[in-house]
Ligand binder design. Structure first.
Ligand SMILES: [Zn+2]
Length: 236
């Protein structure tokens, strides 16, 4: 049988410990899998470090979500006024991208058990230099809405969990029904209680009705080496 895959991508680990834990517990309880984007600067928090090291990395995989994260008000400024006041973390030069990724790798090596293979830029904003900086810092994949570069694999983003009801989610899902890789983004810090409940239904639906296989980024990376169709989607 030809499998279709699903990746859950949750951003901003470090900002809200309790909600992060709640998100991860749902994924693990429902026997699904997920990936969590860690902001490097939060690796000064021993409670977070201990927790991240305690989770089963075959079920919940950490990816790099930058070192400092972009400062949101400026990002809004940039998008809505079209003025570049302060560039976001990965919309700068190669040197700056490298510097921040090196800082992330240093802290990761010091505090975490596992090295991240995937990168998800804060705000999903990146420029042409990012792929080169990622390759230089030994990342294999980037989450993105659009093609990046030939030297790095892309995990294509599909949707955000911003719906409040299952009906709305299903309507939106229809657009991605046939996608070989379906990547759903979450921001645990912003999820309402209703959306946490919705998440449970979404997992059941994707597993039982859609027969999608939950994978982590590194599993998908390994699959891409053998499965040409997956490789083609990731190198689009
Ligand atoms: Zn973020």
């Amino acid at each position: 049988m030809f499998n279709k895959f699903v990746i859950f991508k949750d951003d901003d680990a470090g900002k809200d410990f309790n909600r992060l834990k709640k998100w991860i517990e749902i994924v693990v309880d429902k026997d699904a899998k997920g990936s969590v984007g860690l902001i490097g600067k939060y690796l000064n928090d021993s409670k977070l470090i201990d927790y991240l090291n305690s989770i089963d990395s075959s079920k919940i995989e950490i990816f790099c979500h930058g070192y400092s994260h972009s400062f949101y008000p400026f990002l809004i400024n940039r998008i809505f006024r079209g003025k570049k006041i302060i560039p976001t973390e990965f919309d700068r030069g190669l040197e700056s991208h490298n510097k921040n990724l090196i800082k992330y790798r240093k802290l990761e090596k010091k505090y975490l058990k596992k090295k991240a293979l995937a990168f998800g830029p804060p705000g999903n904003i990146w420029n042409e230099n990012v792929a080169d900086a990622l390759v230089q810092n030994d990342f294999k994949m980037i989450f993105s809405w659009r093609k990046v570069k030939d030297n790095i694999l892309t995990i294509p983003l599909s949707d955000n969990l911003n719906q409040n009801t299952f009906k709305d989610f299903k309507n939106d899902y229809e657009k991605n029904k046939d996608a070989l890789i379906y990547t759903l983004q979450f921001h645990h810090a912003k999820l309402s209680d209703d959306q946490f409940d919705l998440m449970v239904k979404v997992i059941d639906f994707l597993k039982n009705n859609e027969k999608r296989v939950f994978v982590t980024p590194s599993e998908l990376f390994n699959i891409s080496k053998k499965n040409k169709a997956v490789f083609n989607v990731m190198s689009f």
